[in-house]
Design a protein around this ligand. Sequence first.
Ligand SMILES: NC(=O)c1ccc[n+]([C@@H]2O[C@H](COP(=O)([O-])OP(=O)(O)OC[C@H]3O[C@@H](n4cnc5c(N)ncnc54)[C@H](O)[C@@H]3O)[C@@H](O)[C@H]2O)c1
Length: 415
Amino acid sequence: MLSSMPLANVYAGGSDVIKIALIGCGDRGTGAAFQALATKQNLKLVAMADAFQDRLDKSYKLLTSKHADKVAVPEDKKFIGFEGYKKAIAEADVVLLATPPGFRPIHFEEAVKQNKHVFMEKPVATDSPGIRKVLAAAEEAKRKKLNVVVGLQRRYQESYRETIKRIKQGAIGDIVGGQVYWNSGGVWVRPRTPGQTEMEYQMRNWFYFNWLCGDHIVEQHVHNIDVANWVKGSYPIEAYGAGSRFLRTGKDHGEIYDNHSIEFLYEDGTVIFSQCRHFQGAQNRVDESFQGTKGKAYLSAKNTGKLWDSKGGLLFEHDGKGNPNPYQTEHDELFAAVAAGQFKFADAEYGAKSTLTGLMGRYASYSGKVIKWDEALNSEINLQPERYAWDAKPKILPGPDGYYPHAIPGKTVVV
Ligand SMILES: NC(=O)c1ccc[n+]([C@@H]2O[C@H](COP(=O)([O-])OP(=O)(O)OC[C@H]3O[C@@H](n4cnc5c(N)ncnc54)[C@H](O)[C@@H]3O)[C@@H](O)[C@H]2O)c1
């Protein structure tokens, strides 16, 4: 526990119903709301906000079908569009932030400003100014004793907690190298529809645009990158690597790359190799391996955690049978702390720094250059549009041929 006794006007425990607002009612947001409502605490979902009516309606229907008694969202507490988040946040004690990550900095900043406890999905930003906003709000959240849980659920998974605890106790010596992967087949495309504005098209296809998604090295691979930072207990000082649009090159595929391979160098000389790619039909791999001066480690989200000595003898194997779902554990632990009036979670700083590590990797593959931590942190390149509205123009637009411009190593300026 970090400390007790939150400030006045922060939900501080007791028998009152804990009120929740969901901002971003898509797949993960709806899942997170299910998990919040499945905790043992006395709570109610009281407000919802989404950019799109159809996404909010679908989420509301799903949530009421299972938790009719805990969903109390009247029509005037369902907020549609870009500005609804402020009103939804005002209704709640705890907010669940699960929009595409480009909006996370402004949503998190607003939640902290309004003194709310937060569950927010990873990643927490898509550009460096966004990271700095989250870091500043993270400090403010600590000052106000607001619990903040970030959806890097490996931090809440028993196999990771037990295995990494032993690594930190020295079971395999000092960590000197590692490899982290998110190699999978990729995600959906939602075809352009007649009459759609460019903003609506990009919002429906957010994965393919950096201002919304950050590229998959940030959006997905942040999970494995965060494990590397957790195991090392620090953040890399520089990144160097390569990436490209190799197989996924269509007009439907926005600007993101389909592969990145990066070396992250830590201050003590440790190199962590990171690879993420979206190649359908190729060998998938999502896991983390580490080498220490006295042995090695292997972890994966399939409840696997193993340690070996330097001769290959098994030192430890986590028994994953019956382990709780880490997505549920995040909410069980967060809401238990909130209900008890305890300040226990301050995940936003490591969430932001691991997101920045992913960004540093993207900057390295897009530019082909060595990118230093401070350059990544201090970059003034802001990917967000001038304003958020359906008729506003995103900064990235398709050319006359319908293809979006994308980064070219050796030419593109990234910091
Ligand atoms: N921890 C995990 O394992 C995990 C898994 C999946 C997704 N996620 C994260 O969850 C987030 C959401 O992903 P998803 O798969 O649910 O996407 P999604 O497209 O299903 O949902 C996003 C929702 O946010 C809404 N939205 C977009 N901009 C908004 C705005 N400005 N205000 C309000 N609503 C807005 C969209 O309309 C949509 O309903 C992402 O950050 C993603 O990385 C995490």
